[in-house]
Design a protein around this ligand. Structure first.
Ligand code: FAD
Ligand code: SF4
Length: 501
């Protein structure tokens, strides 16, 4: 092994080449170029092949990272791909968008980083292995060896629903995947912008599911076009994977008068336009001064989308400092390169929709119509709160005004009330997430399961995949343990009577 691996002393860490900020400001393409086969093999050869691979432990899917790095270094790419896809339904997607600096490439997860050599570029190599497999035609639909008669409804075609559908179909079930949108992918298609994840990458995965025999039903909204009762009546099991879409309120005067748009409305509108579903983006930053409030990855996606739409100035307002930002440091760096300004340790106090020249006391301000004055105040960081994060406090007499034509609320999301969507059948936890039994992943309704952001709250694609795989195992266990005659008999009574009307 030693001749091929452990080259971290002679080979430095190198990510694939990044396109120039100037070039990428003008398009929606991913910002990293592809590894060459030689570069991928060289970077993979840096791995120490630790006895206890913390990278594998910190990967939510427990991917066998050391093995596929070694196989890549040896040029055995078909075997590397086989190993990578054993534990991950969408390795090339995780390779692109996992926040590796907080997972497999975190400083606590890679021995090389601790020794000052820089981590192995695990995500970029994972992406390379699977993109190469697609090119070579090694990625095949997972058609079952034998068919099973049971029908399963998966509601929500995001990564949790897609992973569950793929696993259940591979076991032979008749899988029906429902979504309100026209395409599969959930936030991978409609929320995460193309400059992080190009849409053809998601679409080819959707195609693979169809080729395996998953039946996709677009344009079906739970609570409008269908009900839980209806789904349960027509299927032996139901998986709810409807994500987390309720925007957290911006609790300052003026926000209630629609002076701020919700981040997901902005991003989904932009994606739907770019996918050809809408003639124009419903919320367009072109020619506007944009202020984005929040410091997570969604805020970064908003600021970088605004840059690409042609905003004249984009500012991110965040109440903590850079070190305490929830978003990935890598994404902040990309945004800065693309020209986004950051107002660190500042929080809004009011959004006022009066002409900016009056607010700012300047006679020269242009475009008063629609202009918004974001009244903000500086903060300082006090002691850590119950969540372990330092609490920002307003600094007295530190107010200032930012002039904006578009303000985007990127403070985060919560899960829509499942009780409202299911006519009271499925409950919520105290954390405002869908209530399930942790072990069986089943809700209080027999045969109705839940997974992904709907259960976890806003999280990551890699965790949604993990949940999708786990829920598939639990559904299979349930269907295998329950006699078919009993399953059928249970169906009409599965949902509480009060709901059935
Ligand atoms: P979703 O992907 O949200 O899919 C849920 C699906 O359910 C959607 O297709 C939706 O249309 C459908 N649905 C919802 N309600 C209904 C209904 N009533 N009827 C029918 N269908 C319904 N994670 C990362 O790992 N890396 C990133 O870079 C990253 N960037 C992000 C950027 C943004 C802007 C956002 C918002 C999130 C980002 N995430 C990222 C998080 C990640 O996208 C989610 O954690 C993940 O998509 C959750 O998967 P899911 O399948 O549970 O839900
Ligand atoms: Fe790292 Fe994500 Fe791949 Fe796991 S799935 S190895 S965390 S990039």
């Amino acid at each position: 092994m030693a001749d091929r691996m452990q080259k971290y002393v002679s080979v430095g860490r190198k990510t694939p080449e990044k396109r120039s900020a100037e070039e990428r400001r003008n398009d929606q393409r991913e910002i990293y170029r592809d590894f060459t086969p030689e570069a991928a093999a060289r970077q993979a050869s840096r791995c120490e092949q630790c006895g206890t691979p913390y990278c594998q432990i910190f990967c939510p899917l427990h991917n066998n990272i050391p093995d596929w790095l070694k196989l890549t270094a040896e040029g055995r790419l078909d075997e590397a791909y086989a190993r990578a896809q054993e534990t991950n339904n969408f390795p090339e997607i995780c390779g692109r968008i996992c926040p590796q600096d907080r997972l497999c490439e975190a400083k606590w997860a890679c021995t090389l980083e601790q020794a000052g050599h820089g981590t192995v570029t695990i995500g970029a190599i994972e992406r390379y292995i699977t993109d190469n497999a697609w090119k070579e035609g090694w990625v095949r639909p997972r058609r079952p060896r034998r068919e099973r008669p049971e029908r399963i409804a998966v509601l929500g075609a995001g990564p949790a629903g897609m992973a569950a559908a793929e696993e259940l179909r591979a076991l032979g079930y008749q899988v029906h995947l429902y979504d309100r949108h026209a395409r599969m992918g959930g936030l991978m298609a409609y929320g995460i912008p193309g400059f992080k994840l190009e849409k053809h990458v998601v679409e080819r995965r959707a195609g693979l599911l169809l080729a395996a025999g998953v039946r996709f039903h677009p344009g079906v909204t739970l609570g409008k076009d269908t009900t839980l009762v209806g789904l349960r009546r027509d299927h032996e099991a139901v998986v709810l994977a409807f994500g987390a879409y309720a925007a957290k309120a911006l609790d300052v005067p003026g926000a209630e008068r629609d002076h701020a748009v919700a981040a997901l409305d902005y991003l989904i509108g932009s994606s739907r336009h770019l996918l050809g579903e809408l003639p124009a983006p419903p919320i367009d930053a072109v020619g506007k001064r944009v202020v984005v409030i929040g410091g997570g990855d969604t805020a970064m996606d908003c600021v970088r989308t605004a840059v690409r739409q042609g905003a004249v100035a984009v500012t991110c307002l965040y109440r903590r400092d850079r070190a305490n930002m929830p978003g990935s440091a890598r994404e902040v760096g990309h945004a800065e390169e693309e020209g986004v300004a950051f107002a660190w340790q500042a929080q809004p106090e009011a959004l006022l929709g009066v002409p900016v020249d009056v607010i700012a006391g300047e006679a020269t301000a242009l475009k008063p119509a629609g202009a918004i004055a974001v009244h903000a105040v500086r903060t300082r960081l006090a002691a850590a709160g119950s969540d372990g994060r330092r609490v920002p406090e307003p600094v007295p007499n530190s107010g200032f005004v930012l002039q904006a034509d578009l303000v985007i609320n990127a403070l985060g999301f919560s899960v829509e009330d499942a009780a409202a969507l299911t006519q009271g059948a499925v409950g919520m936890t105290e954390r405002a997430t869908v209530a399930i039994d942790r072990r069986s992943m089943m809700t209080a309704v027999p045969g109705v399961f839940a997974a992904g952001d709907a259960v976890r709250g806003p999280s990551l694609v890699v965790w949604a995949i993990r949940d999708g795989r786990d829920v598939a195992t639990q559904v299979h266990r349930y269907l295998s343990a329950t006699p078919r005659s009993q399953l059928r008999a249970m169906r009409p009574d599965a949902v509480p009577e009060k709901v059935a009307g």
